[in-house]
Design a protein around this ligand. Structure first.
Ligand SMILES: [Zn+2]
Ligand SMILES: [Zn+2]
Length: 304
């Protein structure tokens, strides 16, 4: 750890964790002599109280009120903290992020910054951070928030490569994508049609281990091209292919809902027929092979 410290500032209790960015404790934030020496012009404080600031203070500051508690929501501050740090760094200015010990609160903010800046997973960002400051240890709640941040930042790009388009089988018009799919857990037969009574809930809890996402039918959000249904008199009807030259009957909708073949009630239901759509994606992938296989077997079953 000593080797990563600025050798000229041995008494300084902060560590340089990235270009222009230091992470430290409360002491480091009041060590004005070294802060000046290192030309640290920006200070991001993450504490449950606002520390006193010298009268002639010339640094640019941001204060985030935070207690070092599992349930404290720091996640909602990640983006504004990132903006503050990134603003400074993009002007070649130096920033100190600090809390009380430089271990949990400020380390969480620093970790989120590295994740967003370098598109790192929580694990990789934390390893990187610990290689610069080995006492870094966010509390369990902050760790969960960082993992959820990871899902927000890293999932969309991963999902893009797995994106599946569902096209009209007749005219190849794209009807929706996997992002539009509405998923549900497989229904539990007669229990599913009952109201959410305590007996139902008890039964559901007992069967929790068996909870499986249903892939038997294709339900989606209301497709953006299906706009005229609210003008119709009935709550249900056919979904026609939006290609005016095709108008193949590709599905059904019901605003009051519909029962899936797994017995689960889906409400509202925008239900596409597997036999009328093709699932397609750009690259070959085992996931689509699996879905296509399942579709084929379902169509075969319904033809019996
Ligand atoms: Zn069509
Ligand atoms: Zn189902």
């Amino acid at each position: 750890m000593a080797s990563t410290k600025e050798m000229t500032n041995d008494g300084f209790s902060a560590d340089k964790i990235d270009e222009h960015v230091w992470l430290g404790d409360l002491d480091s934030s009041s060590n004005h002599c070294v802060l000046d020496q290192l030309n640290i012009t920006h200070i991001l404080t993450v504490l449950d109280f606002e520390p006193s600031i010298p009268r002639d203070d010339h640094r640019i500051r941001k204060f985030i009120h935070a207690e070092d508690l599992d349930e404290h929501n720091l996640l909602e501050e990640f983006d504004s903290a990132y903006e503050f740090i990134n603003d400074a760094v993009s002007q070649q200015k130096n920033v100190l992020i600090h809390c009380h010990a430089g271990m949990s609160r400020s380390a969480t903010i620093a970790c989120a910054y590295l994740m967003k800046k370098y598109h790192l997973t929580f694990k990789d960002a934390m390893e990187r951070l610990r290689s610069k400051r080995n006492c870094v240890y966010p509390n369990m709640g902050f760790e969960r928030q960082l993992r959820s941040y990871e899902a927000q930042y890293l999932k969309p790009s991963n999902e893009k490569s797995l994106s599946i388009e569902y096209k009209c089988k007749l005219c190849r018009q794209v009807l929706f994508t996997d992002v539009d799919l509405v998923q549900h857990l497989i229904g539990k037969g007669r229990f599913d049609s009952q109201a959410k009574s305590s007996a139902y809930k008890a039964k559901q809890n007992a069967e929790r281990k068996e909870e499986i996402v249903c892939e038997q039918e294709l339900f989606t959000n209301q497709p953006e091209w299906l706009t005229d249904i609210f003008d119709r008199d009935t709550n249900n009807g056919e979904i026609d292919c939006p290609n005016s030259k095709c108008q193949s009957k590709v599905g059904r909708y019901s605003l009051i809902g519909e029962k899936c073949t797994c017995a689960k009630w889906v409400n509202p239901a925008f239900h596409f027929h597997w036999s009328k759509v093709d699932a397609c994606r750009q690259e070959k992938n085992s996931e689509i092979e699996r879905i296509l296989h399942q579709r084929t077997s379902l169509v075969a079953r319904s033809d019996e």
